[in-house]
Design a protein around this ligand. Structure first.
Ligand code: ATP
Length: 279
């Protein structure tokens, strides 16, 4: 579902000189890191976070492969964009690698995030502890429903979307999570940009139009479920065909018995006058 054309399409990340054996992070301006690499870095970071919590000090690239499904060579290649990591035969020091990836992804200090849409999804996200664990600090939640505005939501109070620009002048959030219905998403997106937001995590099933310099990542549960469902139905179809094949001989041998039974029982004529079922 990856659409790299508008996702971080203008992103530049500082790269690091890896011709040097010493573990220094030398910035190379204007070098570009592919978005899939950035995504994998975030996956490594999640694993490193878990290993660190479990007080595991070193990890090998094959262990990373086992735990993330990303192959060991790819892991080493991804890291090679940023310098020398790990020691042959020893592996990677977990806290150190975690810290370095955190710095690369620029999440080594808390980042204020705002959320728009205190509905079912938005409310669940506000309560998700993983945001804070990864230094994304949810500083405000906005809605346009007067039945919700002013109500507490976890540790926040739902704010009126009309005050978005005014409040964000002091909050200085540059990242927003958009959890409003599709019909409201573009309008809210424009308000966000006007309020200084430069990166949007969009849960609304709609493609947002944003000006230069604003990045959007789309999260679509339904799209993901549809792809899973497609894989499953393909598999089920294969199984059906396989079973059909295996049972063909058996069915053949039953046919004679069935035919004899059908001949013995008076067939019931179905009533075709009932209304068709609405889909
Ligand atoms: P609920 O039924 O409680 O509103 P929901 O998740 O079913 O929850 P949605 O219709 O998906 O509701 O809307 C999500 C949230 O977005 C709601 O809280 C709604 O009030 C809010 N919302 C809708 N339009 C806007 C808008 N233009 N600005 C800000 N918030 C909005």
């Amino acid at each position: 579902m990856e659409d790299e054309s508008h996702v971080l399409s203008r992103a530049t990340m500082p790269g690091f000189d890896h011709t040097n054996e010493v573990e220094t992070l030398t910035q190379v301006p204007n070098s570009r890191v592919p978005v899939p690499t950035l995504e994998r870095l975030a996956t490594y970071l999640r694993l490193l976070h878990d290993l660190d919590q479990a007080h595991i000090e070193t990890v090998s690239s094959s262990e990373v492969e086992r735990q993330t499904g990303i192959n060991a060579a790819q892991f080493r290649k991804d890291l090679s964009y940023f310098g020398e990591f790990g020691k042959p035969g020893v592996g990677y020091n977990v806290p150190e690698l975690r810290q370095r990836i955190t710095r690369i992804l620029k999440i080594d200090r808390p980042k204020p995030v705002i959320l728009i849409g205190a509905g079912n999804l938005g409310s669940a996200l506000v309560g998700y502890p993983g945001l804070k664990e990864h230094q994304f600090e949810l500083v405000a939640v906005f809605d346009n429903n007067y039945g919700k505005i002013g109500r507490p939501l976890w540790n926040l109070v739902i704010q009126d979307i009309a005050r978005l620009k005014e409040l964000n002048d002091s909050l200085k959030a540059r990242i927003a999570i958009l959890a409003v219905p599709a019909s409201a998403a573009q309008d809210v997106c424009e308000r966000l940009v006007d309020a200084g937001i430069r990166a949007i995590l969009n849960f609304a099933p709609v493609l947002l139009r944003v000006p230069e310099g604003v990045y959007v990542r789309n999260v679509s549960f339904i799209q993901e479920l549809a792809v899973l469902s497609y894989h499953l139905s393909e598999e089920e179809e294969r199984e059906r065909q396989q079973n059909g094949h295996n049972q063909a001989d058996m069915a053949e041998s039953h046919l004679t018995t069935l035919a004899a039974y059908a001949a013995a029982v008076e067939p019931e004529v179905p009533d075709r006058t009932e209304a068709p079922i609405e889909s």
